[in-house]
Design a protein around this ligand. Structure first.
Ligand code: HEM
Ligand SMILES: *[C@@H]1O[C@H](CO)[C@@H](O)[C@H](O)[C@H]1NC(C)=O
Ligand SMILES: *[C@@H]1O[C@H](CO)[C@@H](O)[C@H](O)[C@H]1NC(C)=O
Ligand SMILES: *[C@@H]1O[C@H](CO)[C@@H](O)[C@H](O)[C@H]1NC(C)=O
Ligand SMILES: *[C@@H]1O[C@H](CO)[C@@H](O)[C@H](O)[C@H]1NC(C)=O
Length: 333
């Protein structure tokens, strides 16, 4: 009886508190929810209904003119989300921003985002964030390369901070798998996300600088990386005359979004050391094996992992971030 009484007192207390909270729920629920839960696919439906269509038209036109922009836009989105979350910090164009860092100098596609932003500002001023534009552009670029569709939740806002030295936080291609996993875990991404998102390397190019140590002096041995196929090694020697020469990340089908990136790893023709290690490491190898042997697995998993990537540390609460009017600069105060 006594026990029953205490239970009902606790219940009563709980109910009262719940009702108090409920009275103010519209304001307070914002604080209970995770930042990404505040994003939604219909975020611009009333304020800028054509935003997604404008982004798609622009990305399509640019990629038709220059197909190499598709992978560059996808990479730009990754580099944005990997530092300070998906807040368009990579787009800020000032002397000491991420974009100005050495590590960012092969990033491309900024002009595509600027062009989209200019048109979106004409149609709906001060409404659509640069972070949302870049996220949707990466999705559209994926489709244009033959990859999957996914629905992009919107409502990210743009950050006001970008620091050059933080650009070196993004993996450069010489890390071990433990370091990559730690980095992804920090972003709220898991092993499967690491392996599926690395599948973006099924398109696009790398400068020779990013893998040259594998060709001539692996691990300080003055010999090539033993996990590099010997015919592929000869191709790379021929292709790389200078550090900044470009080589396809997927030697077999460089412009098509497919699972060949994974079958390449099984055949020891992965380009970056970090690509090839995904196959040899026991934590990631089984996922590589799965993507290599089941061609249809990648589409759905890549889509799911890209949504997670796009949600990393988003600024979505009412007083966080801003809607930049020009993606290159923070708004004047
Ligand atoms: C897992 C850790 C990753 C590492 C170590 C890595 C490393 C690299 C490196 C070194 C390059 C070549 C850069 C250069 O030398 O020009 C590159 C290119 C690229 N990366 Fe990654 N990357 C990673 C993850 C990702 C993710 C998650 C995505 C997107 C979902 C991505 C998309 C791309 C694309 C599309 C390119 C080609 C860019 C172009 O052609 O302009 N990467 N990556
Ligand atoms: C509701 O929240 C606001 C601020 O979030 C606060 O000032 C106000 O006192 C709250 N009202 C009630 C009834 O709790
Ligand atoms: C950036 O690269 C340039 C040219 O390769 C080099 O001179 C400079 O020292 C590098 N800066 C940093 C911070 O690594
Ligand atoms: C991975 O790399 C990090 C950083 O370079 C290093 O501290 C660590 O010992 C390496 N781990 C393994 C297992 O090689
Ligand atoms: C690289 O070198 C280190 C130390 O010299 C060694 O422990 C490690 O096994 C080497 N890694 C490979 C893949 O050869």
């Amino acid at each position: 009886m006594k026990l029953l009484h205490s239970v009902s007192v606790i219940l009563l207390l709980f109910t009262t508190r719940y009702l108090e909270a409920e009275a103010n729920v519209s304001k307070k629920s914002v604080n209970f929810l995770t930042p990404e839960a505040l994003l939604s696919a219909d975020h611009y439906h009333t304020t800028c209904p054509d935003a997604e269509a404008i982004i798609n038209q622009k990305v399509t036109a640019w990629v038709q003119k220059d197909p190499t922009l598709a992978p560059s836009i996808i990479r730009l989105h990754f580099h944005d989300c990997a530092v300070r979350g998906c807040d368009a910090s990579i787009l800020l164009n000032s002397a000491n921003s991420e974009r100005a860092a050495n590590e960012s100098r092969t990033l491309r596609g900024f002009q595509v985002i600027d062009d989209i932003k200019a048109e979106v500002e004409r149609r709906c001023p001060k409404t659509v964030s640069c972070a949302d534009i870049l996220t949707a552009a990466a999705r559209d670029a994926t489709i244009l390369a033959g990859g999957p569709f996914w629905e992009v939740p919107f409502g990210r806002k743009d950050g006001r901070i970008s620091i050059a030295r933080e650009a070196s936080l993004v993996p450069q291609g010489h890390e071990n798998i433990t370091t990559l996993l730690d980095f992804f875990t920090e972003l709220g991404l898991d092993i499967l996300d690491l392996v599926s998102l690395s599948g973006a390397h099924t398109i696009g190019r790398s400068t020779c600088k990013s893998f040259m140590n594998r060709v001539y002096n692996f691990n300080g041995t003055a010999k090539p990386d033993p996990s590099l196929n010997m015919y592929y090694l000869e191709i790379l020697k021929r292709r790389c005359k200078r550090e900044m020469d470009l080589v396809h990340l997927d030697v077999i089908s460089p412009r098509t979004f497919d699972n060949v990136y994974y079958t390449n790893l099984v055949r020891k023709v992965g380009l970056l050391s970090t690509d090839q290690l995904l196959y040899s490491d026991s934590r990631t190898g089984p996922f590589v094996q799965a993507f290599a042997t089941q061609p249809f697995l990648l589409s759905s998993q890549f889509a799911a992992s890209m949504v997670k990537l796009g949600n990393v540390h988003v600024l979505s609460r009412p007083h966080e971030g801003e809607i930049r009017t020009n993606c290159n600069y923070v708004n004047p105060v």
